[in-house]
Design a protein around this ligand. Structure first.
Ligand code: GLN
Length: 493
């Protein structure tokens, strides 16, 4: 069985086409893998019957030579994507018992491409968090372990998604990224994560957090799998007014294209107090790898970087407070009965939303309230424009930017922090790309002194995912990151 789990998605596709394995065999192996690694709490729902039915259909199409891009590939879905007839909770109590009567565009695209759904994956409640610790289902755990075998967070909010790929309980997974929720968990778990350009993947049918920042993307074992999955996920969708019709480049070919002649910027502001020395060293190493592969490395400045986090933590909660107003105990999921209608709203929302979500709603409502709107929300929108302009200026002279993905490696589950701002600092390198709508790729590139994965981030121009994969392909080859976590399926428990 572990042989089947060793295959990347690209390799599995070749083996499926060659009929040396079947989709049913592969799916059976992944269902078993998900059960074997259940202690990691990656999945909030396994859908084995569904998966085997989909695999049987994939096998039938393979037999007829009608295979789609992801035909027969076992895939896990972050529980933020609505799946027709399958419970969708956003890992919040307030969506208890909610079964959507529709399918998100992204997941529909994946099923159209022949992928097989193994189950729904754990995440932070409404995707708010950086450690997967705000989930109503309890924390997802990384398959990597700290000193003395301590449990580590997989990152968040797409923690279950990144952990499952690293633990080999899904061959690929969907994530969403509002401020780093694909790239940061990918970096923590030693896997590849892409936040596409805003508008590249439809937001239709994805539970909304902050609509001007949210973007779905692929989390995979390697860069080639990532490009393949993006190709299947991305589409223009009239049901999302911000969906783009700019055609996707040949991203699969880009992975092997190399970086000869590319100009790659190194933003000097991407440093902060408390940054791990190993992260700084890896960033330097990444620059050397790209130079050796024929790229020109250029020092660039993004002067408004220091305002990105405060700007994000005004805009994201503002949009969240508005998006989450719909959970009123009437239309979806949980209802806590009480005397009057107002009391029912209050009781439902008090019980249904966790602490972090309530904090965001309070902050968001505050910054949007009359009297504070101009001072906070409007000001943040203006600063957002300046941050975008910094990138426009940089991309006038460079093709991509290289930065660390996160300031440190993963930290222990349950780390006690009284100040929520400490958690917010995790997103310092990832948030600017969301504010500017740019694509960002996180590639595992090394280990820190404790043997934990570290990622490098590549940022690019809007709709230029191809350049990210060119750089990512070179970094992956140079780093030859082969380390695997202890707690993976087919490995130690
Ligand atoms: N960690 C950030 C937050 O808590 C980003 C989350 C995300 O990208 N969904 O808002």
């Amino acid at each position: 069985m572990s042989d089947l789990l060793d295959l990347s998605a690209v390799e599995a596709r070749a083996a499926l086409d060659a009929k040396s394995i079947s989709a049913t065999e592969l799916t059976t192996a992944y269902i078993a893998a998900a059960e074997e690694t259940a202690a990691l709490n990656n999945y909030v729902l396994l859908t084995p019957d569904h998966a085997l039915a989909m695999a049987a259909k994939a096998d039938a199409r393979l037999a007829k030579g009608e295979a789609g891009l992801l035909e027969g590939v076992p895939l896990g879905v972050k529980d933020l994507f609505c799946t027709n007839g399958v419970q969708t909770t956003a890992c919040s109590r307030i969506l208890d018992g909610f079964t959507p009567p529709y399918e998100s565009t992204v997941t529909a695209n994946l099923w159209d491409a022949g992928a097989v759904m193994i189950g729904k994956l754990n995440c932070d409640e409404f995707a708010m968090g950086s450690a997967n610790e705000t989930s109503a289902f309890g924390p997802a755990i990384s398959p990597w372990q700290g000193a003395d075998k301590t449990d580590l967070v997989p990152g968040g909010s797409s923690g279950g998604s990144a952990s499952a790929v690293a633990a080999r309980s899904a061959l690929m997974t969907t994530g969403t990224d509002t401020g780093g929720s694909i790239r940061q968990p990918a970096a923590f778990c030693g896997v590849v994560g892409l936040k596409p350009t805003y508008g590249r993947c439809s937001r239709w049918g994805i539970v909304a957090f902050a609509s001007s920042l949210d973007q779905a993307g692929p989390i995979t074992r390697d860069v080639a799998d990532n490009a393949l999955m993006l190709q299947a996920m991305a589409s223009h969708d009239a049901r999302d007014s911000t969906s783009s019709d700019v055609p996707l480049q040949d991203v699969v070919a880009a992975v092997r294209q190399g970086v000869k002649g590319m100009k790659i910027g190194v933003p000097r502001e991407y440093v902060m107090d408390g940054m791990d020395g190993d992260v700084v060293a890896l960033w330097q190493q990444g620059q050397d790898w790209l130079r050796q592969a024929g790229a020109e490395l250029v020092d660039v400045s993004l002067p408004h970087t220091k305002y990105a986090l405060p700007t994000y933590y005004i805009i994201a909660p503002a949009e969240a407070s508005s998006n989450l107003a719909r959970y009123d105990g009437v239309r979806y999921g949980l209802r806590v009965e009480a005397g009057s209608l107002d009391e029912m709203y209050e009781a439902t929302r008090a019980v249904g939303f966790g602490e972090e979500v309530q904090r965001r709603i309070l902050v968001g409502t505050y910054v949007l309230s009359a009297g504070y709107y101009d001072a906070y929300y409007l000001k943040a929108q203006k600063v957002r424009r300046l941050i975008k302009q910094d990138f426009d200026t940089a991309f006038a002279s460079v093709d991509a930017l290289l930065t660390p993905a996160t300031p440190t490696a993963a930290f222990p589950v349950g780390r006690k922090i009284d100040d929520p701002v400490v958690n917010f600092l995790n997103d310092v390198f990832t948030v600017p790309a969301n504010l500017a709508g740019l694509p960002g790729l996180s590639v595992p590139a090394g280990l820190n002194a404790d043997g934990l994965p570290l990622g490098l981030q590549v940022l690019g121009r809007p709709y230029d995912e191809a350049s990210l994969y060119r750089v990512g392909g070179v970094l992956e080859a140079a780093a030859s990151f082969t380390a695997t976590p202890a707690r993976r399926a087919g490995g130690a428990k």
